[in-house]
Design a binder for this molecule. Structure first.
Ligand SMILES: [Zn+2]
Ligand SMILES: [Zn+2]
Length: 89
């Protein structure tokens, strides 16, 4: 892992979960980094990571629990959460 990658990840963790922030105004939930896969070459890099709490990542109301389609219908696109995170960095 490069230094830039490490610093980027640490900064994302500080932001808290993007869904909690949008839905509840909570900005300090514990974070797991979700990898937004945009297709193409298949292997994303660290600039497409979205901070999500364990529930919104893999819980019943999370992107892996619900599936990406249902998740995006409910909360908005993963791209919008990626942009939200970038806007906060
Ligand atoms: Zn959350
Ligand atoms: Zn994930």
């Amino acid at each position: 892992m490069t230094k830039a990658e490490k610093m980027h990840k640490a900064a994302l963790v500080e932001l808290g979960c993007m869904v909690c922030r949008q839905e509840f105004g909570i900005t300090d939930s514990p974070v797991q980094l979700h990898h937004l896969r945009t297709g193409g070459w298949g292997k994303g890099d660290y600039t497409t990571l979205i901070p999500l709490c364990p529930e919104h990542h893999s819980g019943k109301t999370g992107v892996h629990g619900m599936g990406t389609k249902a998740f995006e219908r409910r909360y908005g696109s993963q791209i919008s959460f990626l942009q939200m995170a970038e806007g906060l960095l």
